[in-house]
Structure formats: structure tokens, C-alpha cells
Design a protein around this ligand. Structure first.
Ligand code: DON
Length: 582
């Protein structure tokens, strides 16, 4: 691994730029989440199985598959395809993601990497302008940022290999097809986000056509969203399997739309796309096993490193949400996120020291550097490189069935509604996932963060992610299924849900609703949600932390498996989340 030495002065300057450029949608900027009193928040019970997702129709479709005897994977795949129709902000077939599965029968844990991939024509300087500096517009707002989509191949693989075998792909797709053809009422989170995002999307005629009223204004709450072209595309997948998407008429249209918009994806890129079955990363935390996503997501490794550091502190003796508890969490996050920045990338291209990062004795060394009285300045954790920028839209859902199988799935278009381009004639909204690459080594990117070698763009490379679909096991049985959207804030959010459930014995719904904090090494600041008491904030400031209110979007839709049944925790932060049980 190579390292670039940054001077302390450069480092501090980069941190300052990053602070100014924190990404937030207009929706995020408008309102801060205000948590309900946590003792009033309780998980939603179910006996036999449950899907907790960010959109209710899709959650119910998954639960219905469970009711018909399907397993958690069948339900997860049905929910994933349904959300491509009902939750276009992040549900997708034009993006990618990660699925972590626990199969009870053989006590097997599997990770499916269906992350988008850079086209073969990608180059390491593809996101630089003529002046050699990062051109943010290229990766975020242009078709150059579109990665070869992985969702269709990933979900189809999950169903074929780990589904119950009771359902064909066509049967699993049928509810999504019906909703695309018959239309859905615009409500909840789409109603909250579409009007904001419409301007960006309506640059392209098919995006405007799909998401507008006849008078050309964006669809609003109560309107009907009918997706005829998407129906045709989903039917092609139902009839031909993934080939109906990656080859033939749909593929030709996708490529034409991307290239007409200035992108570089080819029909060969689509044809060559392959999801990867990976061994999940595994750690332990106070006798529980943590099973999560390996690279090209940083999620599992960073999560486990944070938990390993925290394990050496008596968290249960510190009050939940106290300055003492938050301080050690912040310090652990800071160190693990610095390692993320320094080492991680697509494992096909980067040889990261993952065993070291996951080791308990490495965490012990990190822990020894934590001062209980003072914040360590990020500059003192000076490593060569900083974290890549993050986008602002993704979705997570959790599934548990009556047989003890569990699925944790996070997938994304990156920004809300991706790059905003619906490929003409397909109904497919495309991602801008390649923005998760770092545009240039040593230069600040769209979010003011320094880029680094391990995550530069390259042909066939997958950009580093923070998505952290996670299953917590006790004695080989799932006890918690969790994950969230939120870009770089994903890993810190998942950490807090786990610590609140394991150390503080909180009801899973209260753990999900509890206000969260976040530190990602750079910028050197703690982001916090409204609801953290003033005296706690004062104490944290006294320890030297710089605090900034507002953490942005997340939605940690989780399920706890308790001795008394399942408890669903739809995150109250976004409208329309649902725990659909059976
Ligand atoms: O893969 C990643 O880490 C990002 N593309 C995820 C983006 C995300 O979670 C945005 N949601 N707020």
C-alpha cells in the first residue's frame, strides 16, 4: 500500500473545506429529526416473520411472500424489486448494493456484492477537469458517474441460490410489475423528496415524463405514479431473467441513453456484469457475533473495528447517551474511519490489511490512545489519506422468517433518484455511484475530503462504499438485523444501534429512534441529532469536541429476534417506514 504524506497544515486546511461541503439534500437542510421520548417507543411484534423497510407497499409484498411460505431471501428479493417501483429515491434496478444472509439450516452466512462497477473505458483521471483538478459535476451530475448497475443480477442470484425454490423470478417480480403498471399513489417519502429533486431530474425528457403531471410540474402527494416503461423492463426480466436487462433491447436502450448523455458505458460492460458472492466479515462483541459486509464496502470492517475498540470499555456502566459513553464512541469512530480512508478499496485492486484491522489486539492499541478526558484531534491521527465523499440516498431493509433465516439488505442509487436520468424507453432510473470513487490523490473532492490511491477510479473497479448490512448472532442464531442509508454516517449509526441493544439492553425500536452522533475522522467535528441533552453537549465540548447539529438522513430499519418473538423497528426518521409482520 502506498502512502502520501500530507503536512499538518494541508491536513487542517482539508478538514476545513470538508466542513463547509458536507452533503445534504434540501429536505435534510429543512428539518432536523426530533426523537420521541424513548420510553414510549416499542418494537412492533410479529411471531412468524417480518420485513421492515422504508416503504410500506414493498414491506407488505415481502411479508406476503413469507406468508405464502417463502423464506427470508424470497421476501428480500420481492421487496427489493418492489422498491424499484414504489421508492424510486433509492429502491432501484439501475443501481447496486449489498446483501448479507444468514441461512439457519446450514448455519451459513453469505454476503452478496452487487455493487455497481466502473465501465471498461473508465480511467483514473475521468473525474478531473481540464485544469487537472476534480470536476465534481462530472461524477455527481453527469452520465460519467453512472456505474454498471448490479441490482438485477444481485437479486436474481440471491433468489436462485438462496431462495426457498418455491418461487420463480417471474412470480417474485409480479407484485412489482403490477404496481408499476397500475400505478401507486405518491405519498410519504416520495412526496417529501420528489418535488425537491425534480428540477435536477427533468433535465432528461424521460425523467420528466415519468415523474411529472401533464402540466409539467412534478408529481405531488396524492398524485398517481404509473411507470409503463418500467413495467416493460420488469416483464423482460421476468421472462428472460437477468439477460432481459443486461442484454438485448433493454440493454441497448440503457447504453444509448447513457452515451447520449455523455457517459461511457457499453453493451459489453452490461453483458459482463457479475455479482460476487463473498465471505462476510466477522467480528465478536461481548459474546455476540457480528456478520457484515466486506470490501468493496468499508462498512463491516470499520463497524467491527469500532466495536472492538469499545469492547474494552465498560459501556454498560456509562449511562446510555451520556457524555462518557458518547466520548468513547466518537474516539473509536475517529480512529476506525481514519483507517477506512487510509486502506480500503475494491479488493480486486487493493490489498488492504483487513485481518489487522479486524484484530482485537489492534483495537487494544487504538484504545490505548484514547484519552477519557480529552478529544484527540483528528490531525494527531494523521494518516496519509481521507475518506471519500458520500452521496445522499440509499435504503435499507431487514427480513427474518419463521425458519430462523435473516436477510439484511442495503442498496442505492447514491444520490436521491441517482443521477436523475431515466434511460429512455426503459423506466430505469440510473445511479451516480461512481461519485463514491475519489477523483484525485491528495486533492479535495466534492465534499472537501482528500482523495487517495486505493479508491481512484479504474476500469472494472467498484467504488468504496459505507453500506453496512449487518446481522448480529448469538449462538449462531440471529438476534438483530440492521443497517441504514446515510453515506458515511451509515457505519456510526449501525454501531449505535448495536451498542444500544447489546450494552444498554434497549428495545430495538428505542435504539433506532435514539438520537445519534457521528464522527468520520475528517472533518474533525461531531455531528449530532437534536435530542441530545444540553448538559451532555456541554460536557463533550469541555472535552474538546467540536459539535455541529444535524446529522442528515438515515433510516435504520431493523428487526430484533427475542425469546418472545420478533420486534420490528421501522425508523421514525422517514415517513412511510413499515414493519410488516406475519
Ligand atoms: O455506497 C455508499 O456508501 C454510498 N453511495 C451510500 C449513499 C447513501 O447512503 C446515501 N444516503 N444517505
Amino acid at each position: 500500500m502506498t502512502a502520501i504524506a500530507l503536512s499538518r497544515r494541508t491536513f487542517v486546511a482539508l478538514g476545513l473545506v470538508a466542513l463547509a461541503a458536507w452533503p445534504a439534500t434540501a429536505q435534510e437542510q429543512r428539518r432536523f429529526y426530533a426523537p420521541p421520548p424513548l420510553d414510549t417507543v416499542h418494537g412492533i411484534p410479529a411471531e412468524n416473520g417480518m420485513v421492515v423497510a422504508q416503504e410500506k407497499l414493498a414491506a407488505r409484498i415481502g411479508a406476503d411472500i413469507l406468508r405464502q411460505g417463502g423464506n427470508a431471501v424470497d421476501a428480500a428479493v420481492a421487496t427489493g424489486f418492489a422498491m424499484a417501483v414504489t421508492y424510486p429515491r433509492a429502491g432501484n434496478i439501475g443501481g447496486g448494493g449489498f446483501m448479507v444472509i444468514h441461512l439457519a439450516e446450514h448455519n451459513e452466512d453469505i454476503a452478496i456484492d452487487y455493487r455497481e462497477t466502473a465501465p471498461q473505458a473508465a480511467t483514473r483521471d475521468m473525474f478531473l477537469g481540464a485544469d487537472g483538478k476534480p470536476d465534481n459535476d462530472k461524477s455527481r451530475n453527469s452520465a460519467l458517474g453512472i456505474g454498471v448497475p448490479g441490482t438485477v443480477a444481485g437479486l436474481a442470484l440471491a433468489l436462485a441460490k438462496y431462495g426457498s425454490g418455491q418461487f420463480t423470478l417471474a412470480q417474485i417480480l409480479k407484485p412489482a410489475i403490477d404496481l408499476a403498471r397500475d400505478g401507486i399513489v405518491v405519498t410519504d417519502d416520495i412526496a417529501d423528496t420528489l418535488p425537491d429533486m425534480y428540477k435536477r431530474m427533468s433535465r432528461w425528457p424521460d425523467s420528466a415524463k415519468t415523474f411529472s403531471r401533464t402540466d409539467g410540474t412534478p408529481l405531488h402527494e396524492g398524485d398517481r405514479l404509473v411507470q409503463g416503461d418500467l413495467t416493460t423492463t420488469l416483464l423482460a426480466i421476468a421472462e428472460q431473467g437477468p439477460r432481459g436487462f443486461y442484454e438485448g433491447a433493454v440493454a441497448d436502450k440503457l447504453v444509448k441513453a447513457v452515451r447520449d448523455a455523455g457517459g461511457i458505458m457499453t453493451t459489453d460492460d452490461l453483458k459482463a456484469y457479475q455479482p460476487v458472492i463473498r465471505t462476510p466479515v466477522r467480528g465478536s462483541y461481548r459474546g455476540y457475533d457480528i456478520v457484515s459486509m466486506p470490501q468493496p464496502s468499508s462498512g463491516g470492517i470499520v463497524l467491527i473495528e469500532i466495536l472492538n475498540i469499545l469492547e474494552g470499555f465498560a459501556m454498560a456502566d456509562m449511562k446510555q447517551g451520556s457524555a462518557a459513553s458518547l466520548h468513547v464512541m466518537i474516539e473509536a469512530m475517529k480512529r476506525a474511519y481514519a483507517d477506512r480512508a487510509r486502506y480500503l478499496g475494491d479488493p480486486a485492486f487493493v490489498d488492504a490489511p483487513t485481518q489487522l484491522l479486524l484484530a482485537k489486539n489492534y483495537a487494544a492499541k487504538q484504545r490505548a490512545g484514547i484519552d477519557l478526558a480529552r478529544a484527540t484531534p483528528s490531525a494527531d491521527l494523521l494518516v496519509a489519506k481521507a475518506a471519500p465523499r458520500e452521496g445522499s440516498n440509499t435504503t435499507h431493509y431487514s427480513v427474518v422468517d419463521s425458519r430462523g433465516n435473516a436477510v439484511s439488505n442495503t442498496y442505492t442509487l447514491n444520490f436521491p433518484y441517482g443521477v436523475g436520468l431515466v434511460a429512455e424507453g426503459t423506466g430505469v432510473l440510473l445511479n451516480n455511484e461512481l461519485d463514491d470513487f475519489t477523483a484525485a490523490v491528495g486533492a479535495s473532492n466534492a465534499f472537501g475530503l482528500v482523495g487517495f490511491e486505493a479508491n481512484l477510479p479504474g476500469p472494472g473497479k467498484r467504488p468504496l462504499s459505507s453500506m453496512s448490512p449487518t446481522i448480529v448472532l448469538k449462538d449462531n442464531k440471529p438476534v438483530l438485523v440492521t443497517g441504514t442509508p446515510g453515506g458515511s454516517r451509515i457505519i456510526s449509526a449501525v454501531t449505535q444501534v448495536i451498542v444500544d441493544v447489546i450494552d444498554y439492553r434497549m428495545d430495538v425500536a428505542a435504539a433506532v429512534a435514539a438520537p445519534r452522533i457521528h464522527h468520520q475522522w475528517l472533518p474533525d467535528e461531531v455531528r449530532y441529532e437534536t435530542g441530545i441533552p444540553g448538559d451532555v453537549l456541554t460536557e463533550l465540548r469541555a472535552k474538546g469536541h467540536k459539535l455541529v447539529e444535524g446529522l442528515g438522513y438515515s433510516s435504520a430499519n431493523s428487526i430484533a429476534v427475542t425469546p418472545h418473538g420478533l420486534l420490528g423497528a421501522p425508523d421514525p426518521r422517514t415517513r412511510g417506514t413499515e414493519a410488516a409482520g406475519q
